[in-house]
Design a protein around this ligand. Structure first.
Ligand code: GLU
Length: 318
C-alpha cells in the first residue's frame, strides 16, 4: 500500500492530485479462475467511486502466494481460501506458514464457496479419487490453495503426491492444455462453480467430475474443519449431467491491519455497498453472497473498516 500526497504545479494553479490517496493492490489468482474476475470487478468499483482509494487486481498463483505477499507488504489485499487464511493467521497447518503466524491479517468479507473440482478425462479410467494412483494429475499452481486441498483430499484416500504417476504443479491455463493434449489424466482445482478453466476443459475434452464423498469426505472434514460437503449441481459444465458430491471451502477477502480503517471502509462501501452490482461480477457471488454470510465463519478477525461497514448494514459484528 502506498499513501501518496502529490501536488502538481500547473502554471500558477496548484492542483492537488491524488491527495491522500491510498493505493490497494489486490492479489487474486489465475485469469481463468474466479478470484481474478471478482478482484478486477471490485477494483473497478473502488476506482469508479472516486473516494480517494485506487485499486488494481493482480493475477497470482493463488492463496498461499497471496498470503505470503500480504505478509511481505507486496500486496495490500487479497482473495484466498478461508482454510489457508486461517493457517497463515495461526502460523500452522501447512509447511509454508509454519512458525510464521501473521497475526496482522484481517478479514474484509467472506465471499462464496470454492468447490473442489476433480476433473478426469473420460478415457483415463478414473472413477474415484483412489483411481488417481499412478495417473498424471494437475495438483494446482505453485503457491495455490488448490495444491493444499489436493494434498489433504488425497490423504483422506490414503494417497500422497508420491503415489501419482506425475504431480503436475502448473497454472490452470497450462492445466487446460495438458488435459486437451492428453498429457494429464486429471486436474484438481479449488474454485467457484462456473470457473472458466473448468468450462473450457469440459467444452473441449470428454470429462467426468470425480466425487469426494462417503467415509473419506467425513474423515477429511473431521481433520480439517473448514471443509463442508458441497454438491456440484448437474449441468454446471458441458457433459456433466448429474449432481456430483464434493467438498468446499470459502473464498475470503483479506487485508493487513496496516491498511487504515478509512481506506478499508471506503473500499468496502464501493465494492460491497451495491449488492446487485457485486453479484453481477460472477455467478458464484450471485448465487451465494449475502451480508449475513459475509461475516460468518471468519478465519481471522474483521478489519475495523469492515466492522464499520457491516454495522451500517445492521449486522451485529465486532
Ligand atoms: N482457490 C484457488 C487457490 O487458492 C484459486 C481459485 C481462483 O483463482 O478463483 O489456489
Amino acid at each position: 500500500m502506498k499513501r501518496i500526497t502529490t501536488v502538481l504545479l500547473l502554471g500558477t494553479a496548484a492542483v492537488a492530485f491524488a491527495q491522500g490517496t491510498t493505493f490497494l493492490t489486490i492479489g487474486s489468482g489465475s485469469t481463468t479462475g474466479v478470484y481474478f474476475p471478482v478482484a478486477t470487478g471490485m477494483a473497478k468499483m473502488i476506482n469508479d467511486a472516486g473516494q480517494g482509494v485506487r485499486a488494481n487486481a493482480r493475477s497470482t498463483g493463488g492463496s498461499v502466494f497471496n498470503l505470503n505477499a500480504l505478509a511481505s507488504g507486496e500486496l495490500d489485499a487479497a482473495i484466498a481460501q478461508n482454510d489457508v487464511v486461517y493457517y497463515a493467521y495461526k502460523g500452522s497447518g501447512i509447511q509454508a506458514f509454519q512458525g510464521k503466524a501473521n497475526t496482522k491479517l484481517r478479514t474484509m468479507a467472506v465471499l462464496y464457496p470454492e468447490v473442489l473440482h476433480v476433473i478426469a478425462r473420460k478415457d483415463a479410467g478414473i472413477n474415484t479419487i483412489a483411481d488417481l494412483k499412478g495417473k498424471r494429475v494437475v495438483i494446482g499452481d505453485l503457491g495455490s490453495g488448490t495444491e493444499q486441498t489436493a494434498k489433504q483430499v488425497l490423504e483422506a484416500y490414503g494417497l500422497g503426491f508420491d503415489d501419482l504417476g506425475q504431480a503436475l504443479r502448473v497454472s490452470p491455463a497450462q492445466g487446460i492444455s495438458l488435459m486437451q493434449d492428453k498429457r494429464a489424466d486429471a486436474l484438481f482445482y479449488t474454485v467457484g462453480v462456473g470457473a472458466s478453466a473448468i468450462s473450457q476443459i469440459a467444452q473441449t475434452v470428454d470429462v467426468k467430475v470425480v466425487p469426494v464423498s462417503g467415509n473419506q469426505a467425513a474423515s477429511l472434514i473431521k481433520k480439517y474443519p473448514f471443509y463442508v460437503r458441497y454438491n456440484i449441481p448437474a449441468k454446471s459444465y458441458k457433459g456433466v449431467g448429474a449432481t456430483v458430491p464434493s467438498v468446499a471451502v470459502q473464498a475470503v477477502l483479506v487485508t493487513p491491519t496496516a491498511v487504515p480503517e478509512d481506506a478499508v471502509y471506503k473500499a468496502m462501501k464501493a465494492a460491497f455497498g451495491n449488492e446487485a452490482e457485486l453479484k453481477g461480477l460472477h455467478p458464484s457471488l450471485a448465487q451465494n453472497f449475502s451480508y449475513e454470510k459475509a461475516v460468518k465463519g471468519l478465519p481471522a478477525p474483521l478489519h475495523p473498516g469492515a466492522v464499520k461497514f457491516f454495522k451500517e448494514k445492521g449486522l451485529n459484528v465486532k
